[in-house]
Design a protein around this ligand. Structure first.
Ligand code: NAD
Ligand code: DAU
Length: 336
């Protein structure tokens, strides 16, 4: 099988590429990433010599390039490439619309032209908006996105749906809850808090710290996508989540406790605009219909994640200093 994975130098995409090469050593992967600030080739160091993996620096909005790449006998497209950070979408919505909506449409056109056998759109629970104190998001929950990020992801999802309805493109949309684990860019809550706590810096908590997110270890997200590629019924949406709802303040206290750092570092700051109060995924459909089960519970997952950031301090300090951006030129520049 030949896969085109977009955004494979980012957090989940790089974990997915590593996971797939381990699970399916005979698969070929073309990894397309524009290397925005969030793309880091250092995530892929361990597979630099693997001939089944080819990295291509390109923008998914580049129609000619996507046509050329998907035309190279690609069977499956998995679209992770996106602008992914809610706070940035509040400051700079235009690039979110460009990549998350237009980029998705460009990929869909190329996928349609070359008769791929599966197009998986990696989406998010944030397209469903926010929950009150009770209830969970199911695949039937109406899309009511609240941030420019989630609105742009919802726009991409609707195009994917439309290409299935109009052209019969074999698609699936996955909507996952918050991921955590190795290689997450330290602008997101968990790696931000770990890195700041290790540096004894103030830990910014938005609002009252009681917003709830539903956390899933990244490897469990990858195993779900692997299953959807192989078993997903065309045209279907699958919610992915591990029933691990936690308040933000609980997450921060857990990290402080494990790092043996004082709670005095906690600093309440102004709330995020339009801050969704609670997310919670109902994973019944993927569990019952495809037999997916997460391997990690939150307590072991967060312990492993904290250990990873302790063992890989160089990885995140090179991001903080900007050095990671030189890696492409040094390691790949001459070869590509
Ligand atoms: P990330 O920001 O870490 O990675 C995104 C990657 O996409 C980067 O490598 C970046 O360089 C690349 N990219 C951005 N614009 C591009 C473009 N125009 N062309 C090609 N590449 C481009 O994001 P992530 O957290 O790994 O999220 C990956 C996907 O999963 C996104 O689609 C996101 O919406 C979705 N998702 C994320 C989470 C989460 O908790 N992180 C949860 C559910 C769904
Ligand atoms: O739910 C899935 C989504 O999870 C993905 O679609 C997004 O790509 C991903 O970024 C993530 O979005 P969130 O907004 O939930 O993640 P973030 O890590 O930015 O924030 C998690 C919670 O922590 C949120 O309630 C805001 C809060 N927060 C975040 C930061 C960065 C803080 O209190 N302080 C902070 O400094």
């Amino acid at each position: 099988m030949k896969l085109l994975v977009t955004g494979g130098a980012g957090f989940i995409g790089s974990n997915f590429v590593l996971y797939m090469l381990q699970q399916h050593p005979d698969y070929e992967i073309i990894n397309v990433d524009a290397l925005t600030y969030a793309g880091n080739l250092e995530n892929l160091k361990s597979i630099e010599q693997n001939s089944k993996h080819t990295f291509v620096k390109a923008d998914i909005c580049d129609a000619a390039k996507m046509d050329e790449l998907i035309g190279q006998g690609v069977d499956v497209v998995v679209n992770f490439a996106a602008e992914s950070h809610v706070d940035r979408s509040i400051l700079e919505p235009d690039v979110f619309v460009k990549t998350n909506v237009l980029g998705t449409q460009v990929l869909l056109d190329a996928a349609k032209k070359h008769n791929i056998t599966k197009f998986v759109q990696v989406s998010t629970d944030e397209v469903y908006g926010t929950l009150g104190e009770t209830g969970l998001f199911t695949e039937e929950t109406p899309l009511t996105p609240n941030s420019p990020y989630s609105a742009s992801k919802a726009g991409g999802d609707l195009l994917v749906r439309a290409y299935h309805e109009t052209f019969g493109l074999p698609v699936n949309i996955t909507r996952c809850s918050n991921n955590y684990g190795p290689y997450q860019f330290p602008e997101k809550l968990i790696p931000l808090i770990i890195s700041k706590a290790l540096n004894d810096q103030p830990l910014p908590i938005y609002g009252d710290g009681l917003n709830i997110r539903d956390w899933l270890y990244v490897e469990d997200h990858c195993s779900a996508i692997d299953l959807v590629i192989h078993e997903g019924v065309n045209g279907e949406v699958y919610n992915i989540g591990g029933n691990n709802e936690r308040t933000n303040i609980h997450i921060v206290r857990t990290i402080l406790e494990q790092l043996d750092k004082p709670e005095s570092l906690i600093t309440y700051v102004q709330d995020r605009l339009g801050h969704d109060r609670r997310y919670g995924i109902d994973p019944t459909k993927i569990t019952n219909e495809l037999g997916w089960k997460p391997k990690h519970n939150f307590e072991t997952g967060i312990r492993e994640t904290i250990s990873w950031y302790l063992d890989n301090k160089e990885w995140w300090t090179r991001i903080q200093s900007g050095e990671y951006e030189q890696y492409y030129a040094k390691q790949y520049g001459e070869r590509l």
